[in-house]
Design a protein around this ligand. Structure first.
Ligand code: ADP
Length: 256
């Protein structure tokens, strides 16, 4: 933390310079805070599954366990290990996107087909809910990174399915005008409170820490969505109401 103080001259030039240097110093300070928070968040995300894994592994040593108890503990260890490996995969992806190691690999492909394929891929997860893909999405081509964009739809659909109760509906609509292609993913699920909507795209942000732990999230999905969409020159918006549901809209520039 430092403040630059230079005697003022008559032309205000030094004032300007001083203000700029102080602003840069403040910026560096807040970057350092961000970095420290990030390390603390990562450590926490690693620590809690590891504690479960070692705890349940120790319990397994008890020879008097019933078969059901043993299977239950093994299952927890498997879930927590999967959480760790998902965390490391997501962090790697995010950091390579951040530092620009992963440059976009652009190809021309059918966005409507991509959405269809992902809906089919996720069918085991939404089989007790309704997933509607708008019928009008006909031959929408886009020039984009196919693999990264598929991550966007997977994360958004996965959340929409996860937070919608049985019998609810996930509605996906793809539209295009002269400037942009838009995809809305709307669900009739839990909804997100206004104060959470402000933070939901931040890394590691979880609305309900205990609930999200039991359903396996680490709060990175939406930050990846935003990062990938912004790398494509697009933007993400959210409208949501508690108890009614959420609608995420992704707009991407028309490329052809
Ligand atoms: P994760 O990777 O753990 O799924 P996300 O970054 O995707 O986390 O989401 C952050 C938080 O936003 C989640 O913890 C969840 O509580 C909330 N959230 C995301 N999508 C929805 C949705 N469609 N409905 C309700 N809550 C949602």
């Amino acid at each position: 933390n430092f403040n630059v103080q230079i005697e003022k001259d008559n032309h205000g030039l030094l004032d300007e310079l001083t203000a700029r240097i102080n602003k840069i110093a403040q910026g560096l300070g807040s970057m350092e805070t961000l970095r420290q928070n990030f390390v603390a968040d990562v450590s926490h995300e690693i620590q809690s599954p590891l504690t479960s894994i070692s705890g349940y592994a120790a319990l397994l040593e008890n020879e008097a366990l019933t078969h059901a108890e043993r299977m239950h503990y093994i299952q927890i260890i498997q879930v927590e290990s999967k959480r760790l490996s998902k965390l490391s995969a997501n962090l790697l992806k995010l950091s390579s996107l951040d530092i620009g190691v992963t440059s976009l690999s652009l190809t021309k492909f059918r966005l409507d087909k991509q959405l269809q394929n992902i809906s089919i891929l996720l069918e085991p997860q939404w089989s007790k809910k309704n997933l509607l893909l708008d019928a009008e999405l006909d031959k929408v081509t886009i020039y984009a990174d196919e693999e990264l964009l598929s991550q966007v739809w997977i994360n958004l659909m996965h959340n929409a399915i996860k937070f919608t109760t049985e019998g609810g509906t996930i509605h996906i609509v793809l539209t295009r005008d002269t400037e942009k292609i838009s995809c809305t993913i709307a669900d009739t699920g839990l909804g997100i409170a206004p104060e959470d909507q402000l933070h939901i795209f931040e890394r590691f942000y979880k609305v309900d820490k205990s609930r999200d732990r039991t359903i396996g999230g680490n709060g990175l999905g939406l930050s990846m969505v935003r990062k990938i969409v912004e790398l494509h020159g697009g933007k993400v918006t959210l409208e949501s109401e508690i108890g009614k549901g959420s609608t995420f809209t992704i707009s991407l520039p028309v490329t052809d």
